[in-house]
Design a protein around this ligand. Sequence first.
Ligand code: NAD
Ligand code: DAU
Length: 352
Amino acid sequence: MKRTILITGGAGFIGSHVVRLFVGKYPDCRIVCLDKLTYAGNPANLADVAQAPNFVFVKADICDLERMRAVFREYDVEGVIHLAAESHVDRSIRDPFTFARTNVLGTLSLLQAASEHWAGKTEGKRFHHISTDEVYGALQADGTFFTEATRYDPHSPYSASKASSDHFVRAFHDTYGLPTVVSNCSNNYGPYQFPEKLIPLFINNIRLGRPLPVYGRGENVRDWLYVEDHARAIDAIFHRGRIGETYNIGGCNEWRNIDLVRVLVRTADRLLGNPEGHSEHLITFVADRAGHDLRYAIDARKLREELGWEPSLQFEEGIEKTVRWYLDNRKWTDDVTSGEYANYYEQMYGRR
Ligand code: NAD
Ligand code: DAU
């Protein structure tokens, strides 16, 4: 193998798409997928690459500094793509400490392990930290966008923990010369997203005839990007982005929640063979999320102009693929929501 790339959080939603892309596209690189397998991490997301000769799975907690040091030594890691995180805003409101631990202290132990292992030999090394547009706070409905220069202004415990981790990454670059790059992406959608997030939760609820809990009046706006387009952006930034830089990634695809929910209802009803409007009555307005950011929208010009990246999929096509995937893979959703998947990894990979 030419070199080893460590991908953390690779059993989660976005991480599994990044691992799949890298395992297939770089057969002469060893791809070490490291994941604690929290409720959000599922080895079934990686079933199609688990047997690939360049794929290695390590079950570990990024907060365990000794373990991170050992992983860097054992595999002589040369590149890191760091996605492992607690990622759900609603959970962060109920349990902020878990978010501070994983997202801040976990990132710090990875940075420490990388800077020790690469000390004095940073040529060809790279630490790519995957972050979110939520660190920039909330936009008004006024047509403005987040750029890489927008001031950080996080509002939820989740975004505060991600903002903090971004600052640590930059601090390691500025203080210790760690070759880092940061990317901040908008909302992702697609297969393998844990069904606590809006799109997979609502598709599942439509299938089961359950209420669709729209927070507030559904006026909040998100900028949606198909997950495989995010994975391609990560590939471009990891390989060709400039050290010490930040790149925003977004779909240029803003939707008010209520309009998006209506598209989901129409698409799911059609694919389920229901008459038009069949599931509209499931839409239920509920109490708003505390500190709910009104609008996110990314200006991805820097990424486009420097690295030539563009989203490849039209939203209509991406949503159709996504709804179809969740309806065709009901067992995946049933398994992750029943909690029975917790022992999968041992059955699939054995103890490591
Ligand atoms: P996810 O919750 O689906 O996956 C997170 C993964 O990290 C899981 O596999 C989980 O087991 C693992 N993990 C959690 N704590 C860990 C720990 N202590 N040690 C090792 N592994 C641990 O999240 P996602 O939606 O795929 O997001 C991945 C990354 O991308 C996160 O850093 C998130 O902040 C960022 N991001 C997500 C979005 C989005 O729309 N989902 C957008 C922008 C950025
Ligand atoms: O912007 C990037 C971020 O997008 C990522 O960093 C996060 O990890 C990811 O979870 C996502 O955060 P959001 O809070 O935007 O995603 P979520 O799917 O939870 O909610 C999308 C919108 O839908 C948001 O305005 C809240 C609303 N919502 C969500 C749920 C789960 C509802 O109205 N009802 C719901 O039940």
